[in-house]
Design a protein around this ligand. Structure first.
Ligand SMILES: Nc1ncnc2c1ncn2[C@@H]1O[C@H](COP(=O)(O)OP(=O)(O)OP(=O)(O)O)[C@@H](O)[C@H]1O
Length: 463
């Protein structure tokens, strides 16, 4: 359009100059003034023609370039969306897209230590869970990066898919596939005492299948990726259940990538209380076996339908020595479920530790299978990392290809990071512990640890 206007103006100005020359020729005859006007006019005409030629060439090249960029961009976009579909490469979303998808972050589906999760629908109709990273700037950024880095490179049916991310003006979002049945905690722990409810009671077979699914996801992260990926926050809240109650492991915010040939890595204490392996405090460095430990705790919680650490009310009878009167007093006590499981297993009474709801529904009839799961769990929480099986071995045991021996009695040590915490909420064991420097254990997010010694209890091995 602008080109056309310029051409019309140039043509009009050339015509005007020609009219001026002709008018000058008629009125001035062939005087010197005529030649002066004619000379100026002709040079102006030549200048306009040159300008038009240059402009024409410039426009032609620009159009060529533009069309090349457009087609290259289109090709790139096609390639990118193809890659996303085939290889799961995460897309960078615009904030407006996410606002539109979540209807202005209206439908909150969960809230964790690192942010809030909202339900949304993308333009192509796929349902998503959008996690808005909140909290401290540096920590949030680090969790965001480690999550994108870890999950971008993985593809497994039991690991959540990251569709994309967004990072605008210090606001960070992660966009996951939406998993229909929320997280495992609401399906294994009774609603009472559990802040979130709305699930139900998972059957024994479903729990056993979840155990295998999670083992497969972790085995893939530990053994089949280019670098080893340590999840470091395995817990029921990070295991989602799809529409068929199959498990999908999520939340890579605390994960760590380590080289294949590295057996251990030194890092700040991170994870969730109640699921932390002893080596976080006792040994030099952690490994994939730290995930195995947390997995073992989750197995026990699935079997028992209760948290590994819980606060129970006990009645204490005190005798007044002066008047010999007995007085009853209620007291809250921390109960460590793995210790109870170990004891019941030795007494061959494993059915006593199974979630009562499943027993009432007469869902568990195979005591041998319960015993197998209990033994695998106790192997996974062995004090020494080297005594724990790796996740590949756990799959073999659960799927019955390798016999499961009884775990040794004396080597189960429990690091109970809650022992020194008298906060009621702590008994749920779901608070996250992040970034406690190894040598300066101190108060952090209500996490109290007066000394390393007081935080370690060994309920099974001799104290
Ligand atoms: N992809 C998803 N699909 C459906 N629901 C999800 C999805 N991701 C998370 N949620 C829900 O949001 C909740 C919070 O998730 P999030 O990962 O932020 O926190 P968390 O694991 O509970 O805590 P933390 O971040 O402290 O480990 C989950 O427990 C789950 O119910």
């Amino acid at each position: 359009m602008e080109d056309k206007k310029a051409n019309i103006i140039a043509t009009i100005s050339i015509l005007a100059l020609l009219i001026v020359i002709i008018a000058a020729r008629v009125s001035l005859k062939l005087s010197r003034t005529f030649f002066l006007i004619a000379g100026v006019d002709i040079s102006l005409i030549l200048a306009v023609i040159c300008f038009l030629i240059i402009r024409y060439r410039y426009n032609r090249e620009r159009k060529l370039l533009e069309s090349r960029y457009v087609s290259e961009g289109r090709e790139l976009r096609i390639e990118y969306s193809f890659l996303r579909k085939v290889a799961g490469v995460p897309t960078k979303f615009k904030l407006e897209d996410l606002e539109e998808a979540t209807d202005g972050f209206r439908c909150l589906i969960g809230k964790g230590g690192s942010g809030s999760v909202f339900k949304g629908v993308l333009k192509d109709g796929s349902q998503v869970a959008v996690k808005r990273i909140e909290g401290e700037e540096i920590k949030g950024e680090r969790e965001f990066r480690s999550e994108v880095a870890a999950i971008a490179s993985v593809q497994h049916k039991n690991l959540v898919r990251l569709f994309g991310f967004s990072s605008v003006n210090r606001q960070r979002f992660l966009v996951y596939e939406f998993i229909a049945n929320s997280s495992l905690d609401i399906w294994i722990f009774p609603a009472k005492g559990n802040r979130r409810c709305g699930g139900g009671c998972l059957s024994w077979d479903q729990r056993y299948q979840v155990a295998i699914d999670v083992a497969k996801a972790l085995a893939y992260l530990h053994h089949d990726c280019r670098s080893k990926i340590l999840h470091l926050d395995v817990k029921p809240e990070n295991i989602l259940l799809d529409e068929n109650y199959r498990a999908v492991v999520t939340d890579f915010g605390l994960s760590k990538l380590i080289a294949r040939d590295e057996s251990r890595v030194l890092t700040d204490i991170r994870g969730t209380r109640g699921y932390l392996a002893p080596e976080w405090l006792l040994e030099h460095g952690i490994s994939e076996k730290s995930d195995v430990y947390s997995y073992g705790i989750v197995l026990l919680e699935m079997i028992g339908g209760r948290r590994s650490i819980s606060r129970v009310e006990v009645e204490e009878t005190k005798t007044n020595t002066l008047c010999n009167k007995k007085k009853k007093k209620k007291k809250k006590k921390l109960e460590y479920f793995p210790r109870i499981v170990n004891q019941k297993m030795r007494e061959r009474k494993v059915m006593e530790i199974v979630d009562e709801r499943m027993i009432e529904a007469k869902e568990v009839d195979d005591e041998g299978q319960v015993m197998k799961l209990v033994c695998v769990a106790l192997w996974c929480i062995q004090e020494k990392a080297k005594n724990r099986p790796d996740m590949a071995m756990v799959i073999e045991m659960l799927e019955g290809r390798v016999p499961v021996n009884e775990p040794p009695d004396s080597e189960v040590v429990v690091v109970d990071l809650l022992a020194a915490d008298d906060d009621d909420d702590a008994a749920t064991g779901v608070r996250r512990v992040v970034d406690i420097p190894r040598l300066h254990i101190q108060r952090e997010r209500n996490f109290r640890l007066p000394s390393i010694c007081s935080s370690i209890i060994s309920p099974i091995s001799p104290r």
